[in-house]
Write a protein that binds this ligand. Structure first.
Ligand code: TTP
Ligand code: MG
Length: 392
């Protein structure tokens, strides 16, 4: 038995760090009178959508992705403001740099969220919970922002733990506790279970993660598909061996629409393409990333499907860049085949953290993402027809 204790598998220690009500807290740094008040950030016009809400506003049921009009009904007393995305990106960079002082392995997953591998750092730094508090204090001291940290043996468990740490706290789940911690939680708490999967599971009378773990294989596979079912069952038990850094398969952001009747009008298709492009552009800016290019997808009445893609002169996230490139692809595709279309889609490709390189496009102020935000704001205020680009 000699030396056995040293042979114990080192439990992985993963931190998931996520800033609380990120956009709101950045605004509060600039304007302390917003502290303690219900604040909602997002599109403030009639078609606007909530980016985020302060915890004071969340008490009234306001949340991200909700139409602002609904938020106004739930919480009319809140302060509504549109965001300053370039400021959030700057703060995000500073936040990631603070995290890099505590672990060589920091993997950002969105503007205000990152995984840190803290395995084996106990001798250097002390207990994970204590280190987490040191990190939270550093973020608070240097940026004035509250952060929450979930700690677990995997990314999955750490991420779910963060929800229990919020706001402004730390929550740790050890490997041997993970299954019991997950069991009573609603299926939607498992990252990757969206409304559709939850519905399929509800049809099987499954509402908790423990019930997924215990479900018979056949029905679960029929509900979720064979590959996903086994994967989800493992995850429902808190088992996740995914590496911190997923293989550089850069995800894309896409949006598509199927028409109720096939469309051949170029004007109509251009209009829909513009709306889809605006949607993916907004999501891209939210992610804090830039895209290398754009692709469009066309499905004709006979179900043949084509995609066309083009690389940008330099990585970017501006509305004009995305829309004009997508538009050019559509025009070319329609010139080649003018048949009626049943589905139109747009995707941004090659997403990355890369800083915008200087290029002719970037020197043109109308190609810059802050201009897109300004345009979004004017559209929000005066309606989408109030402003159009020279090329429209
Ligand atoms: P989140 O971390 O999901 O939300 P949050 O930081 O506002 O609040 P908390 O983490 O305490 O729950 O997202 C980070 C920022 O990303 C958020 O402040 C605004 C932006 N965002 C959107 O613009 N739209 C969205 O649908 C979501 C979820 C976030
Ligand atoms: Mg957050």
């Amino acid at each position: 038995m000699l030396g056995d204790s040293r042979k114990h598998d080192q439990e992985r220690v993963i931190f998931h760090v996520d800033l609380d009500a990120f956009y709101v807290e950045v605004e509060r740094q600039a304007d302390p009178s917003l502290r303690g008040e219900p604040v909602v950030i997002g599109g403030i016009g009639p078609r606007g959508v909530v980016s985020t809400a302060s915890y004071e506003a969340r008490k009234f049921g306001v949340h991200s992705a909700m139409p602002t009009a609904v938020a106004r009904r739930l919480c009319p007393q809140a302060i509504y403001m549109r965001g300053n995305h370039s400021l959030y990106r700057d703060v995000s960079k500073k936040f990631m740099n603070i995290l890099r002082q505590y672990s060589p392995e920091v993997v950002p997953v969105s503007v205000d969220e990152a995984y840190l591998d803290m395995s084996g750092t106990e001798r250097l730094y002390g207990q994970p919970i204590e280190v987490a508090d040191v990190i939270r204090k550093a973020v608070r001291d240097e940026l004035g922002l509250p952060a929450s940290i979930g700690i677990g043996p995997s990314k999955l468990v750490a991420k779910v733990s963060t929800e229990h740490a919020k706001p402004d706290g730390v929550f740790q789940v050890r490997e041997q506790e993970a299954e019991a911690f997950f069991a009573p939680q609603p299926v939607r708490n498992l990252p990757g279970i969206g409304p559709k999967a939850a519905e399929s599971l509800a049809a099987l009378n499954i509402s908790t993660l423990g019930e997924i773990a215990a479900a018979p294989t056949g029905p679960l596979r029929r509900a979720l598909g064979p590959n996903l079912a086994d994967h989800v069952r493992r995850r429902a038990r808190g088992i996740d061996s995914a590496p911190l850094r997923e293989h550089a398969k850069s995800k894309s952001i896409s949006s598509e629409t199927t028409f109720s009747t096939n469309v051949s009008s170029r004007a109509k298709l251009e209009k829909v393409l513009k709306r889809l492009s605006e949607g993916v552009g907004a999501r891209l800016r939210k992610s804090g990333k830039r895209a290398r290019g754009v692709s469009i997808k066309l499905r004709y009445g006979d179900f043949t499907t084509i995609t066309r893609q083009r690389t940008f002169p330099a990585p970017g996230d501006g509305d004009q860049l995305i829309q004009e490139t997508a538009h050019a692809l559509l025009v070319t595709a329609m010139r080649q085949r003018g048949d009626a279309i049943r589905l139109l889609g747009v995707a941004l490709t090659g997403l990355g953290e890369q800083a915008a390189q200087l290029s002719l496009l970037d020197q043109n102020p109308m190609a810059d993402s802050d201009t897109s935000e300004a345009v979004d704001a004017i559209r929000e205020r005066y309606g989408s027809e109030a402003i159009s680009r020279g090329s429209d």
